[in-house]
Design a protein around this ligand. Structure first.
Ligand code: UDP
Ligand code: MG
Length: 314
């Protein structure tokens, strides 16, 4: 029996990427005949002809192409979750539908998969992103790593090969406020990094807006760790301590030198500073409260319009 590997391809308005996608997937098929391949396309509520393209691919090659059509656009994290829930393979490779991830590293992934690694993740070697994006992601990960014991893989996205243990683990992660990158780290297992050069996006444009990136970043921290809550406690303690010392100082100087009414700047600075810290701390609490609110609703994470599995004709 050949091992079955699924390539999971979440797609949102990627109609222009499909010619390349099909060609690349057929290439994977031709290059790696020792495996039983499935290409699972997830249509994340696209408003263009992405779904029609998926149907065409499935009809052309029902043995290899399957698809899930979600009821609306849920975002890539949930689209991947829907994918994981419909995978029964020995391994899954997650790739972007825009084919920015090169299929050329797949044989290397399979090599380490066969060696027994549970999670073979691809690390961007030369990132062609802007200086700002590169730097902000570096600082962000450095900050995140400070906050947690769990090792975090840098310059790493969803492009990776996960074996059955990891798939089963991820299927049990039911949170809807997801940062899947954090989950890969959280579940642990044996990890192996390999390097790759990211391709330029050939068709269409990036689906992430700046706002979405910021919210992903905040989600990354808050779904990982409650450290910010603790940090705000510490800042509170520190500020109270400093304020207490200052209070003693004022009492003593007033006692010795009397009370000439002065000190407007100090009062303003103190009020503004404390006000800022208080608002920040309330904001942090709000972030977690919002998560609790969303999770306690216990809504299904997504709805599916159609699921079309692969057909085996023996
Ligand atoms: N994507 C998705 N749902 C969304 C946004 C993006 O499924 O709401 C998919 C998209 O089709 C692509 C992958 O997620 O396959 C990565 O998106 P994109 O290429 O826009 O991100 P970037 O490569 O710029 O980080
Ligand atoms: Mg992309």
């Amino acid at each position: 029996m050949k091992k079955k590997i699924t390539i999971l391809l979440p797609a949102y308005n990627e109609e222009e990427s499909f010619a390349l996608l099909e060609q690349q997937m057929l290439q994977v098929l031709a290059d790696n005949p020792d495996y039983d391949w499935e290409f699972l396309l997830v249509n994340d509520g696209s408003t263009d002809h992405t779904l029609q393209q998926m149907i065409v691919l499935h009809q052309r090659d029902p043995q290899h192409f399957s698809y899930i059509d979600l009821s609306r656009n849920y975002g890539k994290e949930i689209a991947m979750m829907a994918g994981f829930d419909h995978i029964d393979s020995d391994g899954v490779i997650i790739m972007d539908a825009d084919m920015q991830h090169p299929i050329s590293v797949i044989p290397e992934m399979l090599h380490y998969f066969e060696e027994g690694y549970d999670d073979v993740y691809a690390q961007r070697r030369t990132s062609k992103e802007s200086w700002f994006k590169k730097q902000s992601s570096r600082w962000y990960y450095r900050f995140l790593q400070r906050l947690t014991r769990i090792p975090i893989q840098q310059n790493t996205g969803d492009f990776r090969l996960l074996n059955r243990s990891c798939i089963l683990a991820l299927q049990q992660m039911r949170e809807t406020e997801r940062n899947t990158k954090g989950l890969y780290s959280w579940i642990g297992y044996n990890k192996k990094g390999i390097f790759y050069d990211q391709n330029e996006r050939q068709q269409g444009e990036t689906k992430w807006t700046f706002g979405q990136l910021v919210s992903l970043a905040i989600n990354g921290i808050t779904s990982y760790t409650i450290a910010p809550l603790r940090i705000s406690t510490f800042i509170g303690l520190l500020v109270s301590f400093v304020a207490f010392c200052y209070l003693i100082y004022i009492l003593i100087t007033t006692w010795i030198f009397g009370d000439p009414v002065a000190g407007y700047p100090t009062i303003m600075v103190t009020i503004l500073f404390l006000g800022g810290i208080q608002l920040l701390s309330i904001g942090i609490i709000g972030e977690y409260l919002g998560k609790i609110f969303n999770e306690t609703k216990k809504r299904p994470p997504y709805f599916i319009k159609t699921y079309q599995p692969t057909k085996k004709d023996e």
